[in-house]
Design a protein. Structure first.
Length: 404
C-alpha cells in the first residue's frame, strides 16, 4: 500500500519551491544572497507567509543564527522591496511579530520602513483577526509578563515563551506609542483605545488596561497617567481602571495604581468607596484589605440600605473578609501619628501593652529585646516638641527694664 504522503502536493517540497523563504526562516543572509530570486520577494509560501514573516518568526525561535544575523536578513529584505505591512493569514503584522520577539532594533527598522511608505499609522492600528489586539497590546503584555504579578498577560502573546528584558519591552512600547513622531493626542488614543477582546469575556480593554491590571513598573505607569491626564478626563479613566482591577486584577495591581494616581483623587470625595463595596460584594477579601489600606473608608455606608462593608461580610458569612476588614482598619489606626509624629507604639508604657497593641493590629510581636532597643533609642533620640510660636515670640519681648 502506497504511503499517503506520496500523494501530497509537490508544493510542500519547501527548500526547492521556496528557497528564499527557507533561507529567511533560517536567518542565513549568506544563503539569501546566493538564492536565485525567481519569485517576487513578497510571494507567499504554502502557509501564506512571506520571506519577511519567516525571518521574523526566526527571531523568536531557537535558531543556529544569532538575533543580530537574523536582523541583517530582515534589513536586507526591507531594502530590497519586502512589504512591511503584509499580514499573515491570522492577521499578524510584522510589527506584531517584532514586538512579540522583544527586539527593539527590529521594531525600529519596521517603523522606519512603514513610515517611508506611508503605512505606519495603518499598521499601528491593525488588529489580529483571532484576538482583536494591536502590536501595542503585545508590547504592553511583554512588560506585564516581567512584573511581580503578571496575571494573565500571556493571553496577548503569540507564544508562552518569555523572551527579552523588561527594559527592551518598555523601549518597544514607547517606540510603538510614539510611532514615528506621532503627536501626543494620537499616542493617548492608541494607549486607551478600546478593543473587544478579553480572553474568555468581551468588553473594553486597552494597552493601558493590560499594564494596570496585569502588572506594570510604577515609574512607567505614572508617566502614562500623566500623558493621559493632558488629553482625557483623568477622573473617568481612573474610575474605569480601578473598576477593572477590582473585577479582574490583584491587590498588588490595585496598590500600584493607587500609588501612581494623583493623590487628590484618592483622598477626596469618597473616590475609592464604591470599589470597596464592589470588592466586598464579590467576596475578594484581599482586595477589600488593600482598598482600606489605600484610603477607602470602611465606615462608608451604602446609600440605599445603610450597609457598610462589614455588614456585607457578616451577611455573607465571610469570616476571612470580616477579619481582613477589622485588621486593616486597626492597622490604619496604628499608623496614625500625633502632631508630634508619634504613633501609638511610641507611647506604650510597657511590653505587655505593646504586645496587646500588635495583636489587635494583626502584626507580629517583635519580642522583648527588639522592644527594649526601640524604647532605648526613643529615650536617647526623643523628639523635641515644637514650642508654641506665640510663647516663643512673647518670650523675646522685653516687658520692663531689668534691674542693673
Amino acid at each position: 500500500m502506497a504511503d499517503d504522503n506520496d500523494d501530497r502536493d509537490d508544493r510542500y517540497n519547501y527548500p526547492d519551491n521556496y528557497p528564499l523563504h527557507d533561507a529567511a526562516g533560517d536567518g542565513d543572509l549568506k544563503k539569501i544572497l546566493t538564492t536565485d530570486l525567481t519569485k517576487s520577494i513578497n510571494d507567499r509560501d504554502c502557509d501564506g507567509l512571506t520571506p519577511l514573516h519567516m525571518a521574523l518568526y526566526a527571531l523568536s525561535s531557537e535558531r543556529s543564527h544569532t538575533s543580530a544575523e537574523i536582523r541583517k536578513c530582515i534589513e536586507w529584505l526591507l531594502l530590497n522591496g519586502a512589504d512591511p505591512s503584509e499580514v499573515t493569514p491570522s492577521g499578524l503584522t510584522p510589527l506584531h511579530m517584532a514586538a512579540e520577539a522583544v527586539d527593539p532594533e527590529t521594531v525600529r527598522l519596521l517603523v522606519g520602513a512603514l513610515h517611508a511608505v506611508g503605512k505606519l499609522e495603518e499598521a499601528l492600528r491593525e488588529d489580529t483577526q483571532e484576538g482583536g489586539f494591536t502590536s501595542l497590546h503585545v508590547a504592553a503584555a511583554n512588560i506585564a509578563i516581567h512584573s511581580e504579578d503578571p496575571g494573565d498577560s500571556d493571553r496577548y502573546l503569540l507564544s508562552d515563551t518569555e523572551v527579552g528584558s523588561v527594559e527592551d519591552a518598555i523601549a518597544i512600547f514607547f517606540d510603538l506609542l510614539r510611532g514615528g513622531g506621532r503627536e501626543e493626542k494620537l499616542q493617548v488614543q492608541s494607549l486607551y483605545e478600546p478593543y473587544l477582546w478579553l480572553g474568555d469575556r468581551y468588553g473594553v480593554y486597552s494597552p493601558l488596561h493590560i499594564l494596570v491590571v496585569e502588572g506594570c513598573p510604577k515609574p512607567l505607569l505614572s508617566a502614562l497617567l500623566d500623558l493621559v491626564r493632558k488629553h482625557l478626563d483623568i477622573r473617568e479613566v481612573l474610575r474605569d481602571l480601578f473598576a477593572e482591577v477590582v473585577e479582574n486584577g490583584s491587590a498588588h495591581a490595585l496598590e500600584t495604581l493607587a500609588d501612581c494616581c494623583p493623590k487628590e483623587f484618592i483622598s477626596s470625595d469618597r473616590f475609592l468607596d464604591p470599589f470597596l463595596f464592589r470588592a466586598a460584594e464579590i467576596g475578594n477579601s484581599e482586595m477589600v484589605a488593600s482598598l482600606i489600606r489605600c484610603g477607602a473608608n470602611p465606615r462608608a455606608r451604602d446609600e440605599e440600605d445603610g450597609y457598610n462593608v462589614l455588614h456585607i461580610a457578616a451577611q455573607s458569612g465571610n469570616k476571612e473578609m470580616i477579619h481582613a476588614i477589622i485588621q486593616s482598619f486597626l492597622a490604619g489606626l496604628l499608623r496614625t501619628e500625633t502632631r508630634f509624629g508619634e504613633r501609638p507604639e511610641d507611647l506604650v508604657p510597657d511590653e505587655e501593652t505593646l504586645q496587646a497593641l500588635y495583636a489587635y493590629g494583626g502584626n507580629d510581636f517583635e519580642g522583648t529585646a527588639a522592644w527594649t532597643t526601640k524604647r532605648t533609642t526613643k529615650r536617647t533620640t526623643k523628639r523635641r516638641r515644637p514650642e508654641d510660636p506665640l510663647v516663643v515670640k512673647l518670650s523675646k519681648v522685653k516687658l520692663c527694664d531689668e534691674p542693673t
